[in-house]
Design a protein around this ligand. Structure first.
Ligand code: HEM
Length: 378
């Protein structure tokens, strides 16, 4: 009697598991098919600006300034994002000597040209924390003495071209509306609301939460040993493109970084200092461009979508060298903090495009002006 009961229970359990497995596989297949159908080309090759974007941008500025106030250090106002620098270093950006016609755009027009540049390496968080914490890592490059009309009317005397990147290929929000909602929830300390704004499951941003979790990654051994992505698109002459900067140790003298004590709060700065200042070994990167193919799913208005390399490969346009140097002095660190990088500091050939970049135009300037004016008052 008992044996039959056990057999019956076993069969029931087996059938239940089989049913659950089948439903799971079917759900996954339907989900994958729906996703593939949604994420297909062609896409627009021009910007499409939604109604109400300007008003939403003003809201974001207010939230960003609130975050700067929340996280001010005891004496200084820091950046709203990427507050902690590992250092600002001098760099040389050398356009490849041989470049196909289509890749000769903007600051890459002249093969072999060498630009002097300043490069800031950072952690992504809004306030400084231990480098061992999971985080995005930032790289901002400023090419100096760039001729031509600057995009922002009030920056005509600056002659610069900035490239602003972090260490993940896609962003945890798609557009301005979603950014506004997400960042407001975060500033109020409501982290769950950032991705689950209401009871309606259609408003839940599970995929974007996964992107955010992937973006917050374990630290590299050194800021010179990770890849940085533009995430959002830019003009590249007549084309649209994203870019990335990738370590290129093969074009530098062989170097093995001695093991750093990763329990120290600023070990990424120590690693950079060890290579460039103590061991006097340069670091090398390549700067690469990925051009949009509008027949493929490579949208301009959705930064949560990584443009696939099989749809359009990255192509090297320049090599970046950080020469041996002493960058870690109190005077240079203060100068570094006082610099501003902004995707809109540059020329028309590399104009930022897409909603998140239009948002950044207003927000970076407002936050940078706010922290500089507050620091000047101290
Ligand atoms: C496309 C994705 C983005 C990337 C790759 C990115 C990257 C960076 C990096 C690397 C920095 C530090 C620049 C430096 O070293 O001075 C930075 C700063 C900053 N980011 Fe972003 N960011 C992105 C999106 C955004 C968005 C959507 C906003 C807000 C609308 C934003 C607001 C800021 C602000 C306010 C600063 C500080 C500006 C200053 O005070 O000088 N970022 N970002």
């Amino acid at each position: 009697m008992l044996a039959r009961l056990w057999l019956w229970l076993g069969r029931l359990l087996g059938k239940t598991l089989l049913t659950l497995l089948s439903v799971g596989v079917l759900g996954w297949a339907v989900g994958a098919a729906w996703f593939a159908w949604q994420q297909r080309g062609p896409v627009s090759a021009v910007e499409q600006i939604p109604d109400g974007e300007a008003a939403m941008t003003q809201d974001v500025i207010q939230t960003a300034v609130r975050i700067v106030d929340q996280h001010r250090e005891s004496t200084r106002y820091l950046r709203d994002a990427h507050a902690k620098a590992h250092g600002c270093v001098k760099a040389e950006v050398r356009v490849l000597p041989q470049l196909s016609e289509g890749l000769r755009q903007g600051v890459f027009s002249e093969p072999g040209k060498i630009w002097q540049a300043t490069l800031r390496l950072s952690n992504g968080n809004a306030y400084p924390q231990f480098d061992s914490m999971r985080d995005a890592r930032g790289m901002a490059i400023k090419l100096l003495d760039v001729p031509g009309k600057q995009l922002l009317g009030n920056r005509q005397d600056r002659q610069e071209q900035d490239f602003v990147m972090f260490s993940h290929p896609n962003f945890f929000v798609s557009d301005v509306a979603e950014y506004r909602q997400n960042v407001a929830a975060q500033a109020d300390g409501k982290k769950v609301m950032a991705f689950f704004p209401g009871w309606d499951p259609r408003s839940w941003q599970v995929r974007h939460l996964l992107i955010a979790l992937q973006t917050l990654s374990a630290p590299p051994d050194s800021p010179t040993q990770t890849t940085y992505f533009s995430v959002s698109p830019y003009k590249f002459g007549e084309a649209n493109a994203k870019f990335r900067v990738m370590p290129d140790p093969d074009n530098c003298p062989a170097y093995a970084l001695p093991k750093q004590n990763q329990d120290l709060p600023n070990f990424l700065r120590s690693a950079l200092n060890q290579q460039l200042s103590t061991d006097r070994v340069p670091a090398c990167f390549v700067l690469q461009i990925q051009r949009q193919d509008a027949h493929k799913f490579m949208p301009i208005e959705d930064t949560s979508i990584e443009w696939r390399e099989q749809d359009s490969p990255f192509e090297t346009v320049a090599r970046i060298t950080l020469p041996a140097q002493d960058f870690d002095t109190p005077a240079l660190n203060l100068q570094c903090d006082n610099l501003s990088f902004n995707p809109w500091f540059g020329i028309d050939a590399h104009r930022p495009i897409g909603g998140i970049n239009r948002l950044r135009k207003a927000v970076y300037e407002a936050v940078s002006d706010y922290r500089h004016s507050r620091n000047a008052e101290q």
